[in-house]
Design a protein around this ligand. Structure first.
Ligand code: F6P
Length: 554
């Protein structure tokens, strides 16, 4: 687990080099020793923000590491970049767009301008529209074509138009209106929509077609299938569509062309990135399921984190600390991945959500001005909820050869305080961070085995396998309870962490050109799959696969 030195981002040579030298000095230190030598390590390396508590003491850092990382951040102009984002500057340079998901949850309502125009009146108008609509659906005033109220929401979207609202809706399950259910369809695989439709009653189902562009192939294909299914079962009356289909998009023309009336469209703006959009009307399924008051509480939690990110000094700033730790592991200790381990069943979709948020944002190979990166950018983000992961992949985290910096996320109070469940869950979470940090030395293993009366040869044989190296880093994030407010703060914390890293790496975290090529090629291959003449226009593998697939499907 040795990091090879990486060249510095332009202008950061001096703090970068200091960090490289410092990383070498730390190589010999074990986290166990750092804890032993400093009884105050926990209080020195932890931060409280409202109902969130971050313990980052189980990281391979010292006070000096933090000092150097903060110097790196200052030299990269982090404070200036944060201001630029909040002020609506077009920091998404390749798309020439502002980056203002923070405006969507600006509950203090102070003006935020893009090109001299305050966006808050429009943001508030859409929130008002969402409130009117969600209340009428939830209180049964909104009726389906046959006069029955809505009891099932089917959200059709993909990427940011699915992962965010899906994750948050599931996370807030205890706040759902009784009798209402939500289903999320994203995959173009016909299985996804078929399964959703098999459970749906056309008289009581509301479809939300969620797409920033309203051109995404998967979403439009699913939406058209849902539309056909609905018309077939509602007597073919196009007018009935207005009672069962609404759209969330920036593209009013395409929404109209699909046959959704302007009154049933909820708009958002090009300064909202897809993966940062759950705070916009893309959050409509969340609001329908938990009610607008709770949705606004989610926004309020995120807004509180925004204010903290903008105002707290860097050394006391949670997103800054997490982002700098990310840079530390990625560029100075050679970690290629980062695990998200929520110890909360309701947060089971958080790893997938953060995968898109992080990997689509920081999975970049060139600087803002287009020069190839000579250092690593975003890591692979992955994870599963605890305790399931412990019985699957934790073996590798404990004893494998890969360095896996991990975030453990744990609410102190459960929404389901049945029996001993929550205590067992909490104990496991904390125990894992301890085991990863401390490990178990060979001497300890030998003593333990000797106490069981095992013969010497057997102990020699087993000891290396049962030794844990330890020194494996983790953050632990405690939440008092998974409320809408705390969930908002938690998600915003990760959004800003991603931004912090992108500033150090000098990359644009808000575009996603890397997804385009595959989309273009798929359009061509789709036609070829429908054709009859042998496919010859690609390389031999691609041609061969198209031809073989056609044969096998025949
Ligand atoms: O293909 C990637 C992407 O553009 C994501 O960034 C986005 O969240 C997703 O597709 C869906 O896009 P849309 O909301 O426009 O359908």
């Amino acid at each position: 687990m040795q990091a090879s030195p990486q060249p510095a981002p332009a202008g950061l040579e001096s703090p970068w080099q200091a960090l490289q030298e410092h990383a070498k000095e730390l190589e010999a230190l074990h986290l166990r020793d750092l804890f032993q030598s400093d009884p105050h390590r926990f209080s020195r390396f932890s931060l409280q923000f409202e109902e969130l508590f971050l313990d980052y003491s189980k990281n391979r850092i010292t006070g000096e590491t933090l000092r150097l990382l903060l110097e790196l951040a200052r030299q990269a102009g982090l404070e200036r970049w944060i201001e630029r984002m909040f002020r609506g500057e077009r920091i998404n340079n390749t798309e020439h767009r502002a980056v203002l998901h923070v405006a969507l949850r600006n509950r203090s309502n102070t003006p935020i301008e893009v090109d001299g125009r305050d966006v808050m009146p429009e943001v508030n108008a859409v929130l008002e529209q969402m409130r009117r609509f969600t209340e009428s659906v939830r209180n049964g005033e909104w009726r389906g074509f046959s006069g029955r109220p809505i009891d099932r929401i089917v959200n059709i979207g993909i990427g940011g138009s699915d992962l965010g609202p899906h994750m948050a809706t599931i996370a807030l399950r205890p706040y759902w209106k009784e009798g209402m259910t939500a289903h999320f369809v994203s995959n173009v695989d016909g299985t996804d929509i078929s399964e959703a439709l098999a459970q749906a009653d056309p008289e009581t189902t509301l479809f939300i077609v969620a797409s920033k562009t309203f051109t995404t192939r998967e979403t439009m294909t699913n939406a058209h299938t849902a539309r056909r299914w609905f018309l077939k079962r509602s007597g073919g009356d196009e007018a009935a569509i207005a009672r069962h289909f609404v759209a969330v998009s920036t593209n009013a023309e395409a929404v109209q062309a699909f046959g959704i009336h302007g009154d049933n469209m909820f708009r958002f703006w090009d300064w909202v990135g897809g993966r940062y959009s759950l705070w916009s009307a893309i959050g409509l399924p969340i609001a329908l399921m938990v009610g607008m008051d709770h949705f606004e509480s989610l926004l309020a939690g995120a807004h509180a984190m925004d204010n903290h990110f903008r105002r707290a000094p860097l050394e006391k700033n949670l997103p800054v600390i997490l982002g700098l730790l990310g840079v530390w592991y990625r560029n100075f200790l050679g970690a290629g991945n980062h695990a998200i381990l929520p110890y909360d069943h309701s947060l089971r979709l958080l790893p997938a959500y953060l995968q898109q948020a992080d990997m689509e944002s920081n999975g970049k190979g060139v600087t803002r001005d287009g020069r190839p990166l000579e250092y690593d950018s975003g890591p692979i983000v992955w994870g599963q909820p605890g305790t399931n992961g412990q019985h699957a992949f934790f073996q590798l985290i404990h004893q494998g050869t890969e360095l896996v910096p991990a975030d453990f996320i744990l609410p102190a109070r459960s929404h389901h305080p049945v029996g001993d469940h929550h205590r067992i869950l909490c104990a496991n979470c904390i125990a894992q961070t301890e085991a990863l940090m401390k490990g178990k030395t060979e001497a300890e293993v030998r003593r333990e085995l000797a106490d069981t009366g095992l013969p010497r040869e057997r102990i020699d044989e087993l000891a290396p396998h049962r030794t844990f190296p330890g020194n494996r880093p983790s953050n632990t994030l405690l939440l008092r309870k998974l409320t809408p407010y705390n969930l908002g703060a938690l998600i915003a914390l990760y959004e800003h962490r991603i931004f912090v890293e992108s500033v150090i790496w000098n990359i644009n975290a808000f575009d996603q050109w890397g997804v385009e090529l595959g989309k273009q090629l798929a359009t061509r291959i789709e036609e070829e799959l429908a054709g009859e003449t042998p496919c010859t226009g690609h390389d031999s593998s691609t041609n061969g696969l198209v031809n073989r697939l056609r044969e096998m499907a025949a």
